[in-house]
Design a protein around this ligand. Structure first.
Ligand SMILES: [Zn+2]
Length: 354
């Protein structure tokens, strides 16, 4: 499995929650601690790279032409100008502008393009871009910490470069994937989003009654969840709505937004998934990909604002997708226990963990 990585990911992120920017370095450390990646600081030259379940692959920035497959020239110019200005916002006040944001945004897109090309080209069965999943970006504007929509840009690449016609997107981020939905609403690309929805929660869209239009009619599926939705309820909804829709669709590739902000400890979303829930979801996704499309899966991270929990979530999910956990693996049990301890401590001392 490919793990897309660039040192820029370790720096400033797109969100306003600066404490969350550490999630990339924390995840890489944890993945190396459990033996999925080579040691971060002191490469172990004695162990061949093939002995690790994840292989680090470095992306290039996406080109203007690649971004313009989805976005307007005005939007591309606006992000570039905001980068040069270095202050203000890329949108109406959600996504800050700063010197370097353009490079990070184009690397995030380049990472997802690389992941898609590695999988569709047969180099890897599965690839993960921790900087991808920027699902709130619309054709002509940024939104919700998302400058460019790497998911739909990668869909365009899979269509034009590899001739794919049936791509299933399963977005497990706690927020509705509104940009992805809008960009693909008229097309028969299966676009599924499971998210907290009550008509007020950001981005307010994502009603189950929005099912696509024209050639896309029936290909947009919104699964609305209540605040606090626990593992069992979440998995029941996945089994009832998501898995059958993906099976009926017979995708050539499964595109997954992991969405660590559906975790019970996430400060922005307040859904109720635990690490065990994520592990069971990841197993279901892996099974679907194997059954339907020879295991081909592109995974991108999406949100997640409690960085220690995010690092554990990605580690658990990637281990499942890469088949790297042993039966009854003590490393997995230790991760579950550490995660529960931290969630419990936060709920007993809420002010210390805002
Ligand atoms: Zn989110």
């Amino acid at each position: 499995m490919a793990f897309i990585y660039h040192e820029v990911f370790d720096g400033r992120g797109f969100s306003k929650i600066s404490s969350s920017w550490r999630r990339y370095s924390l995840a890489r450390q944890l993945l190396s601690d459990v033996g999925f990646l080579p040691p971060v600081d002191a490469p172990d030259v004695s162990a061949p790279l093939e002995s690790y379940p994840l292989r680090v692959v470095r992306p290039d920035a996406a080109s203007d032409d690649e971004i313009l497959r989805v976005h307007t020239p005005e939007h591309l110019a606006r992000v570039r100008e905001a980068d040069a200005r270095g202050t203000g916002f890329l949108d109406y006040g959600d996504t800050p502008a700063w010197r370097g944001v353009f490079r990070r945004a184009t690397l995030a897109v380049g990472g997802t393009l690389l992941a898609a090309r590695l999988v569709a080209g047969g180099r890897f069965r599965c690839a993960f871009n921790p900087a991808g999943g920027l699902h709130h970006a619309q054709r002509d504007r940024a939104g919700g910490f998302c400058p460019f929509n790497d998911i739909v840009i990668a869909v365009r690449c899979l269509q034009s470069e590899f001739g794919y016609r049936r791509i299933a997107i399963v977005d497990l981020d706690g927020h509705h994937g509104d940009g992805t939905e809008a960009l693909l609403y008229d097309e028969p690309i299966l676009t599924i989003s499971m998210h907290r929805f009550d008509g007020r929660f950001y981005p307010r869209t994502g009603s189950p009654s929005d099912v696509g239009r024209g050639a896309g009619f029936g290909y947009n599926l919104n699964v609305a969840l209540e605040r606090g939705t626990d593992d069992e309820t979440y998995l029941r909804a996945f089994d009832r709505w998501v898995a059958p829709a993906v099976r009926r669709y017979l995708p050539q590739l499964l595109f997954v937004v992991v969405g660590a902000d559906s975790h019970e400890a996430d400060p922005l979303v307040r859904l109720g998934l635990t690490l065990d829930g994520y592990a069971r979801l990841a197993q279901r996704l892996r099974t679907l990909a194997r059954e339907l499309c020879d295991g081909r899966m592109v995974a991108v991270a999406g949100g997640g604002y409690a960085p220690e929990h995010v690092a554990r979530c990605w580690t658990v999910v990637l281990g499942c997708l890469a088949d790297a956990w042993l039966p009854g693996d003590p490393r997995l049990a230790a991760l579950f226990a550490a995660d529960r301890r931290m969630t419990r401590a936060a709920s007993e001392n809420p002010l210390e963990h805002v």
